[in-house]
Design a binder for this molecule. Structure first.
Ligand SMILES: O=P(O)(O)OC[C@H]1O[C@](O)(CO)[C@@H](O)[C@@H]1O
Length: 447
C-alpha cells in the first residue's frame, strides 16, 4: 500500500453508488427514496394534530428540506456543506467534505460516505428548527417492529428471566455458542432492509430455538466463534464493550448475551455504545436503550399472557438493576455517526479510542460496523480479517469480534473456493441478501 488510506481513497477500490453491479446502486436508487419518503410521512403524522403554530411551520420546513434532499440525491447533485445547525460535529463533516470529497456527488463518492452523509443531512433538517431538534423520525418504526418481535422476545424472556444456575464448563461453552448466535441473527432484522419483508419472514429470521439455530449455523460463512469462546472462557470480571447496531429486537438479544457474560462472571462491566443521532433508520440511541427497558416493564406488550409478562418484567428489572449498579453503562460518541471508517478511530476520536483500549473484548454488531471496520472496499473475499481492519485495529486495539449478517458487498475472511461454491449453489447475491453471516475475530494488541 503506497500511502495511508483516506475516506475517498480506501485501501482497495471503494464501492460507489454509480456501480450498477454493487448493492450500493439499488440502495441509492430504490431504498433511500423510500426511507426519505417515510421520514416525510412520519413528520406529517406527528404534526397534523399539532396546534402550536411554530411547530406546524417548522414541520413544513422539515418536509420541504427532506423533499429537496431527495431531489438532490436522486439527481446526483454535488455534496454541499452541512449548515451551522447547532451541533458540535458540523465542522468535522465540512472538513471531510472539503478535504476528501471536494468534487464529489452522491453517486460518485464512496457508498459508505454518501450513506452516512444522507443521515447527517436528515438530522440537519431537524436541527435547524427550534421545536423539532430532538425529534427521532424513525422512532415510530422502531417501536412497531419491536412490537412485531414479541413472540421471539417472550421465547427468550421465558428462558432467561430466572438467574442462570451454576454451570459446568461444557454447559457454559454450549450456552455461549447459542447466545452468541442468537445475538448474531438478531442483526438480520434491521429496518433499513426490511422495508419489503413480511411479518412471517421477520419471525423466521428471529427464531431462537436450538434446532433453528443449528440450521442457520451453516449460513455462517466465516465462523470464529470458537476463538471468541477461547478468549471469553479465560475472562474473569472483565470489561466488555458492545458497539451497538439496531434498537428493538437486536438490542434485546445484545442484552441477553451481555447479561450472560455478567452472570457467568466473565465480565463485571458492560459498556453499550449508542449513536448520537437517528442513524440508518433503526440504530440505537441512548433514549432507545432506556425505552426498551421501560417497554418491557410497562404495558407496551399488553396482549401477552400474565406468566409471559411476569417473565419479561423480571428480566428487564434485572437489566435495570445492572444500570443502577453500574454493571451496564450506556454511552454515545459522535464518532459512531461520522463518515469515517474505523481505520481512523485512533486519530479522529482519540479519547474514545483510549477508553476502548481498556476493554477486554469489543463486540461490533451489524453490517455497518463491519463495513466501517473493513473500510467498505473491494477486498478479495479471501483477505484475512486482520488485514482488512488495518494496522491499528489489528495490532494495537483490544480483541474484537464482528457479529454481522451480510447486507452489503464487502466481505473478507472466506476460505479459498467458498465464494465460488456460494455462487454455483445459486446464491449470487450472497454478499447482501441477509441470509449469510460472519463472526470474525481479531485477537488484537500484540502484548
Ligand atoms: O443495521 P445494519 O446491520 O448495520 O445494516 C445496515 C446496513 O444495511 C444496509 O442498509 C444494507 O445495504 C446498508 O446500507 C447498511 O450497511
Amino acid at each position: 500500500m503506497s500511502s495511508a488510506p483516506t475516506p475517498n481513497n480506501p485501501p482497495c477500490p471503494a464501492y460507489r453508488c454509480q456501480e450498477k453491479d454493487s448493492f450500493a446502486y439499488p440502495t441509492a436508487v430504490e431504498r433511500w427514496p423510500v426511507i426519505l419518503t417515510n421520514v416525510i410521512d412520519d413528520v406529517y403524522k406527528s404534526y397534523r394534530d399539532e396546534v402550536d403554530p411554530q411547530k406546524q411551520r417548522e414541520a413544513k420546513e422539515i418536509i420541504e428540506r427532506i423533499g429537496a434532499l431527495k431531489y438532490e440525491m436522486q439527481r446526483d447533485r454535488p455534496f454541499r456543506p452541512i449548515e451551522e445547525d447547532g451541533s458540535t460535529d458540523y465542522t468535522t463533516w465540512n472538513a471531510i467534505l472539503s478535504q476528501d470529497f471536494p468534487n464529489s456527488s452522491w453517486f460518485s463518492a464512496t457508498w459508505l460516505f454518501s450513506e452516512c452523509y444522507l443521515y447527517r443531512r436528515v438530522r440537519e433538517s431537524f436541527n435547524l428548527t427550534t421545536t423539532w431538534s430532538g425529534y427521532d423520525p424513525f422512532f415510530r418504526q422502531k417501536t412497531s417492529t419491536f412490537q412485531g418481535s414479541s413472540s421471539a422476545v417472550f421465547d427468550l424472556a421465558r428462558r432467561f428471566s430466572v438467574p442462570i444456575p451454576s454451570q459446568s464448563d461444557t454447559e457454559r461453552h454450549l450456552w455461549f455458542h447459542e447466545l452468541a448466535q442468537v445475538c448474531l441473527w438478531g442483526n438480520a432484522t434491521d429496518l433499513s432492509l426490511l422495508v419489503n419483508m413480511t411479518e412471517e419472514n421477520i419471525k423466521s429470521l428471529q427464531a431462537t430455538g436450538a434446532q433453528r439455530l443449528e440450521e442457520q449455523e451453516k449460513n455462517i460463512i466465516v465462523n470464529d466463534l470458537e476463538r471468541v469462546w477461547e478468549k471469553v472462557k479465560e475472562m474473569k470480571g472483565g470489561r466488555v464493550d458492545f458497539v451497538l447496531d439496531n434498537a428493538g429486537f437486536e438490542l434485546f438479544v445484545d442484552l441477553v448475551l451481555a447479561d450472560y457474560l455478567l452472570q457467568t462472571s466473565a465480565a463485571r462491566t458492560i459498556y453499550f455504545h449508542c449513536k448520537t443521532i437517528p442513524w440508518f433508520v433503526s440504530d440505537t440511541l441512548p433514549s432507545d436503550f432506556h425505552w426498551l427497558l421501560d417497554s418491557c416493564t410497562n404495558t407496551f406488550f399488553s396482549n401477552a399472557s400474565e406468566p409471559d409478562l411476569a417473565s419479561l418484567h423480571a428480566l428487564a428489572l434485572r437489566w435495570k438493576s445492572y444500570l443502577a449498579s453500574g454493571a451496564f453503562v450506556v454511552e454515545s460518541d459522535p464518532f459512531w455517526c461520522s463518515g469515517y471508517a474505523y481505520w481512523h478511530l485512533r486519530d479522529q476520536a482519540p479519547q474514545l479510542y483510549e477508553e476502548l483500549s481498556g476493554s477486554d473484548l469489543v463486540v461490533f454488531k451489524g453490517d455497518l460496523n463491519f463495513r466501517k471496520l473493513t473500510y467498505d472496499c473491494k477486498w478479495p473475499a479471501t483477505t484475512r480479517f486482520r488485514e482488512a481492519i488495518g494496522p491499528v485495529m489489528s495490532t494495537l486495539f483490544p480483541p474484537l469480534v464482528s457479529l454481522r449478517t451480510n447486507k452489503a458487498d464487502v466481505c473478507v475472511g472466506l476460505r479459498e473456493g467458498k465464494e465460488k461454491e456460494l455462487v454455483e449453489s445459486g446464491e449470487a447475491d450472497w454478499r447482501w441478501s441477509g441470509k449469510f453471516a460472519v463472526v470474525e475475530y481479531s485477537e488484537g494488541r500484540l502484548n
